[in-house]
Design a protein around this ligand. Structure first.
Ligand code: SF4
Length: 304
C-alpha cells in the first residue's frame, strides 16, 4: 500500500473540503455538481446495497468467475482485471475534486442532506481494498467521515488492514462511528482466485468487530447453500448485517433454497439478514414471514 500516495490524496481532499465549506452559492454550476461522475445512484441489484455509491476506479484482479462487471453491456466500461480510472475522470486529483464537488453539490457549503442520511458505498466497479485503490479510498473515507457522512466499504481483500494507511486512518475520532466494514463470503476460494481467502476475510470481520466497527457481509452469490449457511452461522456473533443474494442467470432448486432460508431463520442468535429481491421472488414469501430479524433494504449496519 502506497502511504505517500495516500498522504498526497488526503492533502488534496482536505483542500477540496476547505474550498467547498467556504462556498455558499454555486450559481451556474449545478449541472456539474450533479454530474454523478464519482458519486452516483446505483441501479438494479447494486441499488439494494446502497442509495449512493462512489466509483473512481474500474477493473479488479480478483478474477471471480461470476463477476457482474464482466457481463455485457458493462464489460467495456468496467470489466477486466486491470485497475484504471473510470472514464470521465481525468486524473486522480481531478477524481478527488469531482468527488467533493458532488458531495457538497452546491448545498451552501454543507454536505447534501441525502448523502448525510443515506451515506456512500465503496464500490461496485472495482474492489476498494486493493493496493491500487485503497490509498484513494482511504483518503476519501478520511475526509468524508469527518463530515459525519456514513460510509460502507465492501471488499474481498484483507491486506489493507495491516497497512500503515489503515493505522493512520484509525486515528480519526469519527471513523468508528461512521465507517461500516464489509467482506463478501461465498466459501469458494476456487471461484475467486485473486482475492484473499474466505478464512482470512472471516478473521478480518472478527477483528473489525473487536476494534469497535460496524460490520456486514455480502453472502452473494450463493454458490452452494451449505457454504452460504455456514458463512452466516460462523460469523453471526461478529457481523451486524448479512445481505444474501442469488447468482445472476443461474437456476436454483426451489426446495433447496427454501430449506436454506429456513436454516438461516433457525440460527439461535437471530442475526440481521437482508434477502435480496430476486431471492424473495423465488421463495414466494415475504421477508418478515421468516422472522423480525429479516430486514428490508433500508436497514443498514448503522441501524444496529
Ligand atoms: S472482487 Fe468483486 S469486483 Fe473484483 S472480480 Fe470479484 S466480484 Fe468482481
Amino acid at each position: 500500500m502506497d502511504f505517500k500516495k495516500y498522504k498526497l490524496f488526503r492533502s488534496i481532499a482536505r483542500a477540496a473540503v476547505a474550498v467547498h465549506e467556504k462556498v455558499t452559492t454555486i450559481k451556474g454550476k449545478i449541472t456539474k455538481c450533479f454530474s454523478q461522475e464519482a458519486i452516483y445512484k446505483p441501479g438494479g441489484k447494486a441499488g439494494e446495497y446502497a442509495k449512493y455509491a462512489c466509483s473512481i476506479y474500474v477493473g479488479c484482479p480478483a478474477e471471480c468467475d461470476y463477476c457482474y462487471r464482466n457481463d455485457p453491456p458493462l464489460a467495456t466500461a468496467i470489466g477486466g482485471s486491470v485497475v484504471r480510472l473510470k472514464d470521465g475522470l481525468k486524473s486522480e486529483s481531478n477524481a478527488i475534486e469531482t468527488y467533493f464537488q458532488e458531495l457538497f453539490g452546491g448545498n451552501g457549503g454543507k454536505v447534501r442532506p441525502a448523502l448525510l442520511r443515506y451515506g456512500i458505498f465503496f464500490t461496485f466497479t472495482s474492489d476498494p481494498g486493493l493496493p491500487q485503490t485503497f490509498p484513494m479510498v482511504a483518503a476519501l473515507i478520511a475526509e468524508t467521515v469527518k463530515l459525519h457522512v456514513p460510509v460502507q466499504i465492501l471488499t474481498k481483500f484483507t491486506g489493507w488492514m495491516d497497512s500503515e494507511i489503515w493505522q493512520d486512518l484509525q486515528s480519526i475520532p469519527e471513523l468508528k462511528q461512521h465507517l461500516a466494514i464489509g467482506f463478501t463470503l461465498t466459501g469458494h476460494d476456487d471461484r475467486e482466485p485473486g482475492a484473499s481467502p474466505n478464512a482470512k476475510r472471516i478473521d478480518a470481520l472478527k477483528r473489525a468487530h473487536k476494534d469497535g466497527f460496524r460490520t456486514f457481509s455480502s453472502i452473494e452469490p450463493i454458490i452452494d447453500e451449505e457454504s452460504s449457511y455456514l458463512s452466516v452461522l460462523w460469523c453471526s456473533d461478529f457481523v451486524d448485517l448479512f445481505l444474501v443474494g442469488l447468482q445472476s442467470h443461474r437456476k436454483y432448486d426451489q426446495t433447496e433454497l427454501q430449506a436454506f432460508v429456513n436454516d438461516l431463520a433457525a440460527i439461535p442468535s437471530k442475526p440481521y439478514i437482508y434477502l435480496k429481491d430476486s431471492l424473495v421472488e423465488q421463495l414466494g414469501r415475504t421477508r418478515e414471514s421468516y422472522g423480525a430479524n429479516f430486514v428490508n433494504s433500508d436497514f443498514t449496519p448503522f441501524n444496529v
